[in-house]
Design a protein around this ligand. Structure first.
Ligand code: SAH
Length: 309
C-alpha cells in the first residue's frame, strides 16, 4: 500500500457537519493529527480505541511531518484533520511538500468551510441576483502579509461580497479602510458570525459603520468571520431592491413570452405570502394564491401545511 496522508476538512465545528467520507477516514485511522485550537474534539470520538490522536497545536511543522510520515511509511492510515475546508488558510502546502520529500503522498477530503456555515447562520445567499454575483474570500494582513494588489479596499470597489477570515482583531481599522479607500457607503450591510455551527454561535448584524462598535461591546473571540456587502440586505433582512427586481423581471419575462394562461402561486410563510402578492400584482394575469397561512382576505386559498409534501 502506498504511504499516504489524508487531509480531511472537519467542517466548521458542529460534529455532524463533517462529510461522510471524512468521517469514514477518521473511523479507519491509526494516527490523527488535528488542529486542536479550532477542530471540535468531538470528531475524535469516531476514531478506533487504539488510534493515536495528536494535537498539532503543540507541534512544529517538522514534528508534524515526522509523526505523519513515520506512521504512513509503517503502513498506518494517517489523517490530518483541519478545520473547515483545508483549502482555506489550512497551511497544507508546506505539509504536502514536506511529506513528498519523505516519499509520502497526500490526498484531500474537502470539508464545509466556515464561510458557508456563517452564510447558513445568517440565512442568506451570498450571490444574490442583481446584487452581487461574486464572493471574495480574504483576510487582513497579520504575521502573513498580503500579496501586492490584494488590498481589501480594491476588492470592495468591485462590489463583490467580502468575507474576511482571521480578521476579527482589526474590525474597526478594516471597516474604516473599506469606507475611506474602498468607497463603501456607511450603510453597507456587515455581519460578524462567531463560532458558526457551534452551540455558542453568535451573530452580529449591522453596517460597516457600526459593526466594529458592536463587536467591541460583544467582546467576541477570534473564531469569527466578518462578512460585508449588499447581499446581506439592510439589517440582514432580504433586500427590498431584490424583491422589486424579482417581480419586475418575472413579469417582463412572462409578457415577452406572450404567456396568457392562469397562474397559481404557493406561499409557505408570511414573507412568501407578501412576495406572492407582489408577484401576483405584477403579473397582470389571472392568479390564484394558495397559502399555508390562514389568511383568507383577498380570496387566498388556504391549504394546511401538511398538504404540501
Ligand atoms: N479552513 C478554515 C479556515 C481556517 S483559518 C475554513 O475553511 O473555515 C481560521 C479562521 O477561520 C478563523 O480565524 C475564523 O476567521 C474562521 N473560522 C473558522 N471556524 C469558524 C467558525 N466556526 N465560525 C466562524 N469563523 C470561523
Amino acid at each position: 500500500m502506498k504511504a499516504l496522508v489524508e487531509f480531511v476538512g472537519a467542517g466548521p465545528g458542529a460534529e455532524d457537519l463533517i462529510t461522510v467520507r471524512g468521517l469514514s477516514a477518521l473511523e479507519q485511522a491509526d494516527l490523527v493529527v488535528y488542529a486542536g485550537s479550532l477542530v471540535n474534539p468531538a470528531h475524535l470520538k469516531a476514531c478506533k480505541a487504539d488510534c493515536t490522536c495528536l494535537d498539532s497545536a503543540s507541534m512544529n511543522l517538522g514534528e508534524q511531518i515526522e509523526a505523519m510520515s513515520d506512521a504512513a511509511l509503517a503502513g498506518k492510515r494517517v489523517v490530518r484533520l483541519h478545520t473547515g475546508d483545508p483549502a482555506m488558510y489550512g497551511a497544507i502546502n508546506e505539509q504536502i511538500r514536506g511529506l513528498a520529500q519523505k516519499g509520502v503522498a497526500a490526498s484531500i477530503i474537502p470539508g464545509v468551510s466556515s464561510v458557508f456555515a456563517a452564510a447558513a447562520a445568517l440565512g442568506c445567499e451570498l450571490t444574490s441576483p442583481d446584487v452581487s454575483q461574486s464572493v471574495v474570500l480574504t483576510r487582513t494582513p497579520g504575521r502573513t502579509p498580503m500579496p501586492q494588489g490584494e488590498d481589501a479596499a480594491a476588492f470592495a470597489r468591485t462590489g463583490a461580497m467580502l468575507v474576511f477570515f482571521l480578521s476579527t482583531g482589526k474590525v474597526g481599522e478594516l471597516m474604516r479602510h473599506l469606507m475611506e479607500q474602498g468607497g463603501l457607503a456607511e450603510d453597507t450591510p456587515a455581519a460578524i458570525v462567531y463560532r458558526a455551527s457551534w452551540p455558542d454561535e453568535r451573530i452580529l448584524r449591522g453596517t460597516v459603520d457600526d459593526i466594529a462598535r458592536q463587536a467591541e461591546e460583544a467582546g467576541l473571540g477570534r473564531q469569527a468571520l466578518v462578512i460585508v456587502g449588499r447581499a446581506l440586505g439592510a439589517n440582514g433582512t432580504a433586500s427590498r431592491l431584490y424583491d422589486a427586481d424579482f417581480s419586475h423581471g418575472y413579469r417582463n419575462r412572462l409578457v415577452s413570452e406572450d404567456f396568457d394562461g392562469r397562474c397559481a402561486l404557493y406561499a409557505f410563510t408570511d414573507k412568501g405570502l407578501t412576495r406572492a402578492r407582489d408577484i401576483a400584482a405584477g403579473l397582470g394575469l389571472p392568479t390564484v394564491l394558495h397559502s399555508t397561512r390562514p389568511s383568507n382576505a383577498e380570496g387566498i386559498v388556504h391549504i394546511p401545511a401538511q398538504d404540501f409534501d
